[in-house]
Design a protein around this ligand. Structure first.
Ligand SMILES: NC(=O)c1ccc[n+]([C@@H]2O[C@H](COP(=O)([O-])OP(=O)(O)OC[C@H]3O[C@@H](n4cnc5c(N)ncnc54)[C@H](OP(=O)(O)O)[C@@H]3O)[C@@H](O)[C@H]2O)c1
Length: 246
């Protein structure tokens, strides 16, 4: 069987492009996202290129879903050459003193806690005799606060440090980890940002302008740039990178 890569948030946007570029380069892909027609159409596209590839429906905010997904993966695959923790949510975009505990918690669960849970649960099929590269998709929001994005900023900052912790502990386990911020990419997440309420997101007009001025990058182009970092051909253990500097 060819090298296998798990890609989260693969149903659309950047994750879909990463999943397809891996499959097009001869890798098997386990594509994870919540159940949707987009995930089903991805399955059809993947199967045409790579018969070992498959989709897994899983809500990363749910520990039961993660446990079921891991059971399925471990039952079918002996080793993962890589994991791309790409799934992410920008929601809720809301002032931090107004946002509900449940909504804030859900975002941190998807963006951060699910990453830790999924990775540690896959322990038996990562690293060891063969190397595993773990890539997390970071954001400029990991480095600076943006008004209205507190759950996203906090979880992305945490994700960068999570990646560095895994780099530290994974070295002796034949696991390398790095984080890459993808720049401003033309995906559903950017659309959601442009639909935010200006009273909780004062930078709204800037993001509308980025889009108007054609400053957003194409997810397929970004995925192509990320590919050698995902496969482990480029990048050092513990790197925190930005695609705009690669
Ligand atoms: N677009 C940008 O400009 C930008 C900038 C910096 C960083 N990023 C990061 O890039 C990554 C990809 O984002 P994108 O722009 O491609 O966004 P997107 O188009 O909104 O896609 C997000 C992906 O995450 C999945 N996802 C969301 N909630 C999930 C959940 N609870 N369980 C499982 N999967 C879930 C979605 O799948 P379902 O909804 O189908 O479950 C989808 O496949 C994210 O980590 C994001 O933070 C994006």
């Amino acid at each position: 069987m060819s090298d296998t890569f798990l890609v989260t948030g693969a149903s659309k946007g950047l994750g879909r492009s990463i999943a397809m570029s891996l499959a097009n380069s001869g890798k098997s892909v386990i594509a994870l996202a919540r159940n949707s027609s987009e995930l089903d159409t991805l399955n059809e596209s993947l199967k045409q290129i790579s018969s070992n590839s498959q989709i897994i429906a899983c809500d990363l905010a749910s520990k039961e879903d993660i446990s079921k997904a891991v059971g399925k993966i471990i039952g079918e695959f002996k080793h993962l050459s890589g994991i791309v923790h790409n799934a992410g949510t920008i929601s809720p975009i809301e002032n931090m003193l107004d946002v509900s505990r449940d909504n804030w918690e859900r975002a941190v669960n998807v963006n951060l806690i699910g990453v830790q849970d999924l990775t540690r649960s896959l322990d038996s099929i990562i690293g060891g005799e063969s190397h595993t590269r773990v890539v997390t998709i970071s954001s400029g929001a990991a480095k600076r606060p943006l008004h209205g994005w507190s759950s996203y900023c906090v979880s992305k900052a945490g994700l960068d440090m999570w990646t560095r912790c895994l780099a530290e502990e994974g070295e002796s386990e034949n696991i390398s980890a790095l984080a890459i911020a993808p720049g401003i990419v033309d995906t559903g997440m950017q659309k959601e940002i442009r639909q935010a309420d200006e009273s909780s997101f004062p930078l709204l007009q800037n993001f509308i302008e980025y889009h108007k001025n054609g400053e957003l990058t194409n997810p397929d182009d970004v995925a192509q740039k990320l590919l050698p970092y995902v496969t482990g051909d480029l990048g050092q253990n513990g790197d925190i990178l930005d695609v705009r500097n690669l």
